[in-house]
Design a protein around this ligand. Structure first.
Ligand SMILES: C[S@@+](CC[C@H](N)C(=O)[O-])C[C@H]1O[C@@H](n2cnc3c(N)ncnc32)[C@H](O)[C@@H]1O
Length: 240
């Protein structure tokens, strides 16, 4: 279901292509960086960094073999496979002899137990003077207990940035997803699932998929639309 739901939105976070491009530009000021993505999924951030920056080298870590296989196939198709290494591992058990100039982790903070532990993990891989590109949820309005139950607990924009600064990081660029980006992502997910079910009425999973799409759409519209937001930050260490 996840593969179908994300087919029309290869970045598995509520960020549009232009925002992704601008965030990568801020994360890759030289253009020859070593980049690590913790929780890379289908590798979409890395593939975009590699195709737009011919001197970048990248490593991606994810637990999903299916997502990594998709990243491999896309990297082959785009002719960047020789600059991409992929590791099927829990992100907190990855280690590398060489540090990275940009460490990315977008929409995968649950793998480390939240935003600040993710930053602590990213820091261990960071070269001196390096940058982190982190993406995680924020609350745009106080959440209901049901929204917290569904999505996990976050803080508002100002509090999130203050927490990050208190942990020793300086934001040098940021992007809070717009209502359009947030809505597009939800429609891409639950709309694609519903469309697949309608297009495959004879498939034994079709009615379950259609029910699931309706349930998730309702959870979004009644539960967290207008409450859940998404923040990406480019961070540098304030002092090492
Ligand atoms: C919402 S997706 C984000 C993927 C990608 N960063 C993007 O923005 O397109 C979250 C990813 O985290 C991965 N993940 C979850 N737990 C993980 C863990 N413990 N270690 C590594 N990856 C993990 C999932 O397999 C999934 O690919």
């Amino acid at each position: 279901m996840s593969r179908i739901a994300h087919a029309g939105h290869p970045i598995k976070s509520p960020i549009d292509d232009d925002s992704v491009r601008r965030l990568l530009e801020h994360g890759l000021p030289r253009g020859d960086e070593r980049v690590l993505d913790l929780g890379c999924g289908g590798g979409e951030w890395l593939l975009r960094a590699l195709t737009t920056h011919p001197k970048v080298h990248a490593a991606g870590v994810d637990i999903s073999e299916e997502a990594l296989e998709q990243a491999r196939q896309e990297a082959d198709r785009l002719g960047v496979r020789d600059r991409l290494e992929l590791h099927q591992l829990a992100a907190d058990s990855f280690s590398s002899p060489e540090p990275f100039d940009l460490v990315l982790s977008v929409g995968a903070a649950h793998a480390f137990g939240g935003l600040l532990p993710t930053l602590e993990a990213a820091r261990k891989h960071l070269a001196p003077g390096g940058r982190v590109l982190i993406g995680d949820g924020i609350w745009e309005r106080p959440p209901t207990p049901e929204a917290v139950e569904m999505l996990g607990d976050f803080a508002d924009l100002a509090t999130t940035v203050e927490q990050v600064v208190a942990a020793g990081w300086t934001p040098v660029h940021g992007h809070a997803s717009t209502r359009q980006e947030l809505d597009d992502y939800e429609w891409a997910n639950w709309g694609s699932l519903a469309a697949w079910a309608l297009d495959h009425p004879a498939d034994p999973d079709s009615s379950e998929v259609l029910e699931n799409a309706a349930l998730r759409r309702t959870e979004w519209l009644r539960g967290y639309r207008g409450t859940f937001g998404f923040l990406c930050l480019i961070l540098r260490r304030t002092a090492d």
